[in-house]
Each structure stands twice: as structure tokens, then as C-alpha cells.
Design a protein around this ligand. Structure first.
Ligand SMILES: Cc1cc2nc3c(=O)[nH]c(=O)nc-3n(C[C@H](O)[C@H](O)[C@H](O)COP(=O)(O)O)c2cc1C
Length: 375
């Protein structure tokens, strides 16, 4: 067997994993429309990637109709969505897998065409994403981001409640836990970072204030699930969606130290070298390593993600930088990724053109090793 560290067992919360090859959360935009509920195609996709004792973090799922920024992503706020997710979860459990759901609010990474009533998306402050980045409207036109509307202080409790309800919905769908999406320039990271958060209330200004929303939402999820079934994803030093804190260390040190006493299932870090991998092929050079920086500060299980191979993942775990590694792009194109890594089998390359939207092509038609390419 290759990679003995990657293929050693690991306890995460109450779950006994048999290996440390985690499937990263991956937006694929293939939910049923207009219900935005998972459908049989999505069930097949997750079942293909499930392994006994393997952890899947299911794709980012908006916690409310106002939390979307792209078409065809599955929600977790309606009965139909809960029912659709239940089918996914049952299929993963049937193969002995463990599956968490990533809870998402995009904040300013949206467009009014995705918002109920066509209103502006909300954010900590009325600060738009750089005009150098473009977005798409709900009918597919490429356009600049709009200036979002700053949430009133009195509205913030509603955002926390949406996450709490989504966490409860994920429980009703049978998931094994939830991951709070605090990464990649979305709402919770917009609150964390000083360039997007110009607030003067208790949710802005000092590091303590900027971290408050993430911590309150994590606490709400913990109240629903118990801490050992809740994870948090962060991307310090990331630049996705026009994010980027001028001096990340003090901010993220505070966040990690504040999460320490909760006893969470895990903390999940995206390596800065891969920041923005969802949009384009990137390999940022001369950037710090999140796992190396935060491993000494974080007291719990650490999942690292971003540009890993079997070799580098195994080395990171044996060096003690991470407890498990999440794989994104190569899990898309290798449904049997854990086996391929364990046995040293060649990997099928991924096709970026089919990452987002569409049907089975580039989604459920990647072969398992030894199987002919599906027609
Ligand atoms: C198609 C695609 C969709 C993604 N969707 C999400 C997502 O829903 N939530 C998230 O936190 N990260 C998302 N990411 C980032 C991945 O989880 C991962 O951190 C990134 O791809 C780097 O890992 P890799 O080098 O193994 O692909 C996405 C990346 C890709 C390529």
C-alpha cells in the first residue's frame, strides 16, 4: 500500500474514519430546477465517491433563498431540498461513508437577478467586489458585481437563524454533521475581513467584532448538532472573490483561538496556493501555508485542502501538519480516488469545462479505474 499515513484510521468527532482522503466541498450546479433540490443524478454522483469510513463534505448549500449567487446549486431550506438531500445521504451511508453538508451564504458574491424580488444582495457593508472580476446574471449575462446593501444590525440575527435552521434541516436530512463555510470571500469571510467590513456596530471594527458573526453562527450550529459534529472552513491568505486581509495572522489567530474551546469536529483550511481554484487553474507562488501556520494554534482535527497529491498529502500528515487532506478537482474526475491513491493507479485528468452545470457529462461519467470511459 502506498501512503501509509493517508490510509491510517482517524477519529473525527464520533466517527471512525478508515482513511484520510476527504472529498472537498465542490459546487457543481446540477440540482433540480426550480426546486433546487438534489435529484437522482446528484445521488449517483455522491454514491460513486463514497467509501467505507471515508468523509465527504457535500457542496456548499445556500441556507436561504437570499443566500444564492449562482444557478442550480442545491439549497437546504425547503422540504423538497431536505428530501432530495436525504436520498444523497442514504446512498452514501449505504456504502459506509460519512457525509457533512457545507452551509453557505454568498453575501455580495451574488447579483440582484438571483435575489427574491430582484433586490440587491446583502453584505456587511456596501462595498462591491472589484470591477476587474465579473459575475453572471441569472439569465447568463456576464456583468460587473453590484454594490451590495449593508445588513442592518437588526437583520444579523436573521442570518444566524437561517444558518441555525439550515443546520437543523441538514440533521433532518440525515447528514452526519455540518461545515460552516467561512472561506473564499463569501458572507462570513466578508464579515471577518477589514476590506469588506466597514461596520461600526458590534459586527465590525475590531478583530473581535469582525469575527463575531462566524462565531455566533458556529455556536448556533453547535446548539443544533453538538460541537463534535460541526466543522468550520477558513481560507486565511486567500484571495478568492476579491477577498484578502492585509494582515491575516492576528485575525485568524483570534478566530482559531476562539474556536478552540468549542471542541469542534474539525477545522478545514484551504491552502493559499490554491485560492480561487474554483474559477481558474491557479498555483500561487511564494504564499504561506495555512496548515503550517495554524497547526500549532489549533487544538483539534485539522483538514488541509488545496493542490495536494497523494505524495504531498501523505507527507503533510506524517509531518503532523494536518490530520486529513481534502481533494477537490481530482475527486471530480476520479470517483474512486481513495483506491487510486492507495494502489498508486494513474489519475484521470479533469475537464474544467464541465465543472459547473449540465448533466451527466463530466459529472457521473468519469470511470472508475479499469472501467472503459463511459460513452
Ligand atoms: C468546481 C469547484 C467547486 C468548488 N466549490 C466549493 C464549494 O462549494 N465550497 C468550498 O468551500 N470550496 C469549493 N471549491 C474549492 C475546493 O473545495 C478546494 O478547496 C479547491 O478546489 C482546492 O483543492 P484541489 O486543489 O484539491 O482542487 C470548489 C472548487 C472547484 C474546483
Amino acid at each position: 500500500m502506498k501512503f501509509p499515513s493517508l490510509f491510517s484510521p482517524l477519529e473525527i468527532g464520533p466517527y471512525q474514519l478508515q482513511h484520510r482522503v476527504v472529498m472537498a466541498p465542490l459546487t457543481r450546479m446540477r440540482a433540480e430546477k426550480p426546486s433546487l433540490a438534489p435529484r437522482p443524478l446528484n445521488v449517483e454522483y455522491y454514491a460513486q465517491r463514497a467509501t467505507a469510513g471515508g468523509l465527504i463534505v457535500a457542496e456548499a448549500s445556500p441556507v436561504a433563498a437570499t443566500a444564492f449567487g449562482s444557478p442550480g446549486v442545491p439549497g437546504i431550506y425547503s422540504d423538497a431540498q431536505i428530501k432530495g438531500w436525504r436520498e444523497v445521504v442514504d446512498a452514501v451511508h449505504a456504502k459506509g461513508g460519512v457525509i457533512f453538508l457545507q452551509l453557505w451564504h454568498v453575501g455580495r458574491v451574488s447579483h440582484s437577478s438571483f435575489q427574491p424580488g430582484g433586490v440587491l444582495p446583502v453584505a456587511p457593508s456596501a462595498v462591491p467586489i472589484s470591477s476587474e472580476l465579473k459575475t453572471m446574471t441569472a439569465d447568463g449575462k456576464v456583468t460587473a458585481y453590484e454594490t451590495p446593501r449593508a445588513l442592518e444590525t437588526s437583520e444579523v440575527a436573521g442570518v444566524i437563524e437561517a444558518f441555525r435552521q439550515a443546520a437543523a434541516n441538514a440533521k433532518a436530512a440525515g447528514f452526519d454533521g455540518v461545515e460552516i463555510h467561512g472561506a473564499n470571500g463569501y458572507l462570513l469571510e466578508q464579515f471577518l475581513q477589514s476590506r469588506s467590513n466597514l461596520r461600526t456596530d458590534q459586527y465590525g471594527g475590531s478583530i473581535e467584532n469582525r469575527a463575531r458573526l462566524l462565531l455566533e453562527i458556529t455556536q448556533a450550529a453547535v446548539e443544533v448538532w453538538g460541537a463534535n459534529r460541526v466543522g468550520v472552513r477558513l481560507s486565511p491568505y486567500g484571495i478568492a472573490n476579491d477577498s484578502g486581509e492585509p494582515d491575516p495572522m492576528p485575525l485568524y489567530t483570534h478566530v482559531v483561538q476562539s474556536l478552540n474551546p468549542l471542541g469542534l469536529a474539525y477545522l478545514h483550511f484551504i491552502e493559499p496556493r490554491s485560492s480561487g481554484a474554483g474559477r481558474a487553474e491557479v498555483n500561487h507562488q511564494n504564499v504561506p501555508s495555512a496548515m503550517v501556520l495554524f497547526r500549532p494554534i489549533w487544538k483539534g482535527i485539522l483538514i488541509a485542502a488545496g493542490g495536494f497529491t497523494g505524495e504531498t498529502a501523505d507527507a503533510a500528515i506524517s509531518a503532523g501538519h494536518a490530520d486529513a487532506v481534502a481533494f477537490g478537482r481530482i475527486f471530480i474526475s476520479n470517483p474512486d480516488l481513495p483506491r487510486r491513491l492507495r494502489e498508486g493507479l494513474p489519475l484521470t485528468p479533469y475537464n474544467r469545462a464541465t465543472f459547473y452545470g449540465g448533466e451527466a457529462a463530466g459529472y457521473t461519467d468519469y470511470p472508475v479505474y479499469g472501467e472503459l470511459e463511459k460513452a
